[in-house]
Design a protein around this ligand. Structure first.
Ligand code: 13P
Length: 249
């Protein structure tokens, strides 16, 4: 079983002072663990990746970006290239988050290109997939995940350079979560689908994301094929994020 990964997606939150304080707090807690049962990753907004990296330096907490461009450099005003994130000490980058798919029109092919760019920069791509509420109501949840895996996971993906995050769109920021039976069904399906596109699919970490809180993390993290969490809102409060991480141990 892969070691659990607890990842915080800070989204468009935190000015430098808040972000550095949160990062320091997590760094102290993580480095104080004798044998942490989980890896911890924080993905701050691009403006403070550098400062947060300095704050967690030496603690063992990992650093990630929230998005990257498919190109390594060029005339793409406002965008950030994967090598730029690596240059700041990032080891991971989230790609294809539903908020990018929804508000920036990102389609599977673009997500796949971004993941490939991440791999080429030596980063682990955290590729997000998940159905909308209408798709779930229409009985399409599994089919949507199959389609997104086929389209968003590039050739050359391995358990080392790729993490999948299943984030049902209707569960993000809503306080609603799927039942553990539903999570088990989708994660088992994702594992099976991954075996079509990579040879070491059993070792790929499949995170669950969407309204993960301290109160539900224990039961979610105990579900088969759930190898960690991608946490939004609750990752902004050190006590809450830490409690979620401890639910893995
Ligand atoms: P919430 O934890 O706020 O529901 O957000 C989940 C998410 O989108 C993480 O990427």
């Amino acid at each position: 079983m892969p070691r659990k990964l607890i990842a915080g997606n800070w989204k468009m939150n935190c000015l430098r002072t808040d972000g550095v304080a949160l990062a320091r707090d997590l760094g102290v807690r993580y480095s104080g663990e004798t044998e942490p049962a989980f890896d911890m990753l924080v993905c701050p907004p691009a403006t403070i990746v550098d400062a947060v990296g300095a704050a967690i330096s030496g603690s063992g907490v990992l650093l990630g970006g929230q998005d990257c461009h498919r190109a390594t450099k060029g005339a793409f005003t406002g965008d950030i290239a994967a090598p730029m994130l690596a240059d700041l000490g990032c080891t991971h980058v989230i790609v294809g988050h539903s908020e990018r798919r929804q508000y920036h029109g990102e389609i599977d092919l673009m997500v796949s290109e971004k993941a490939k760019a991440a791999h080429e920069a030596g980063l682990t791509a955290v590729i997000c997939i998940g159905e909308t509420e209408a798709e779930r109501d229409a009985g399409q949840a599994l089919a949507v995940c199959s389609r997104q895996i086929a389209g968003s996971v590039p050739e050359g993906s391995t358990a080392d350079n790729t993490v999948i995050a299943y984030e049902p769109v209707w569960a993000i920021g809503t306080g609603r979560t799927p039942t553990t039976a539903d999570v088990a069904e989708v994660h088992a399906h994702i594992r099976a689908e991954l075996s079509r596109v990579m040879s070491d699919s059993d070792d790929v970490r499949i995170l669950y994301g969407g309204s993960v809180k301290a109160s539900n993390a224990g039961e979610l993290m105990a579900v088969a094929n759930v190898d960690g969490a991608l946490v939004g809102g609750a990752s902004l409060v050190a006590d809450d994020f830490w409690a979620i991480a401890k639910a893995c141990s």
